[in-house]
Design a protein around this ligand. Sequence first.
Ligand SMILES: *Cc1c(COP(=O)(O)O)cnc(C)c1O
Length: 492
Amino acid sequence: MINNENIYYISTRSKDGKKYTSAEVIKNGLADDGGLFVPEHIPTITYEDIDAMRSMTYAERAARVLGMFLTDYDSDELLCAANSAYSAEHFGEHPAPLCMLCGNVGVLELWHGPTAAFKDMALQIMPRLLSLSLGKTDEKRDALILVATSGDTGKAALEGFSGVDRTKIHVFYPSDGVSDMQKRQMATTVGDNVRVTAVRGNFDDCQSGVKKIFSDTDAAKQLSQKGVFLSSANSINFGRLAPQIVYYISAYCDLLEGGMIQRGDKIDITVPTGNFGNIFAAFIAKKMGLPVGRLVCASNKNHILTDFMETGVYDRNREFYATTSPSMDILISSNLERLLYFVAGTEKTREYMHSLATCGRFEVDETIMQKIRSDFVAAYADEEQCVSVIADIFDQFNYLCDTHTAVAMHCANKYKNGNTVMLVASTASPYKFAPAVLSALGSNGFDGYEALVKLHELTGAEIPSCLCDVMSKQIRFKDVIDPSEMQATVIG
Ligand SMILES: *Cc1c(COP(=O)(O)O)cnc(C)c1O
């Protein structure tokens, strides 16, 4: 039955306009034609909706906003999922608190979850949405999530899926490609449905191994006989994007509650960007009707997006830099495809993506760029600018920010506009990148746990308990295998 209030999804590369339900979208992740799922219509949020959310808890706000997009989930299910995901046990008192610096800059701290980085905001709830989608799509098999990780995403996914009904997760990481701290974090994860295996080799070996298993039809058959199908939890799944819309709306409510803005006041938002997921969520919030002026797309030394916003040319044929903000070291910003769909439609999007796949570049014409520039501005911070921002903000406000947040702060400063509140998405705890933050404050040569202790001594900022606890937890997973053994390990 087609209900007018239901939201359906289509692929950004759709030729036939085929529609999918939200449960199908979350279960499938990626469309068959290689495109990304987008809502056919963006639901609107009214002043009354915002007023109603002011007095709600974060979980209640999440259930309300998710309910506007995931229309085949009922409100009780969503509230239950949100309450478990954003519990005090996982996030402390407030999952996404706002810290005001100098009057009109608000730092939206998205790193109070179980792994001290913003991916937790989505990865705590997405597994629960996926689990529910199985019943809704009449799927009899359970989902097995395979992840190849170079560090942080693996741990956030493990924490999110741990203990979630009808799901299992198996994470592979390169034995020499992650820090000791990251290894420890993954190897100590609890839960009957989680597995972690180290692979001899680098990240590419891990990733190719996982891709090979995904594309092997025999493996799929064998797993199917065991009542399991393979799925992924990567950031292009709409189930990871939708929960990110929530915190922008929630922050607006908190700004109203705190008297920093009045009903209807516009705010600007700066987001440190890699895959363009987090900032795209802010764009959707704006399109829903949240009073947002400019969206500042902040990049590091890998500033392919800054160049794109300026010139209309997206060109990945360029040098890749490893920076101190590694989660933004990206030359293919997958979620940009969703923006291209909204400003240019499916046919143009297919052309751009084809050109990107074959030549590593595409060019967007001026009329379409004008549309993009009516919502977005862009800037970047190089490594020196990132360092000096960390030191400046600590000196001026006694506030410690991580390297990714520092990139955003630098870009936000460029676009600060009078009394308009500038919301800055803070994506990681400074302790997550303690050695780099320490060196920005003038203390070099510390690593691992020692760096946490030193940073605490120097600044007094609280160490997130999830990073401390790691040292005392028992190591559960010790297997190290060759890439050739990965498939057998999964099918087992
Ligand atoms: C993933 C990540 C980002 C980039 O977010 P996107 O959604 O990929 O743009 C920024 N900072 C941190 C700490 C991250 O983990």
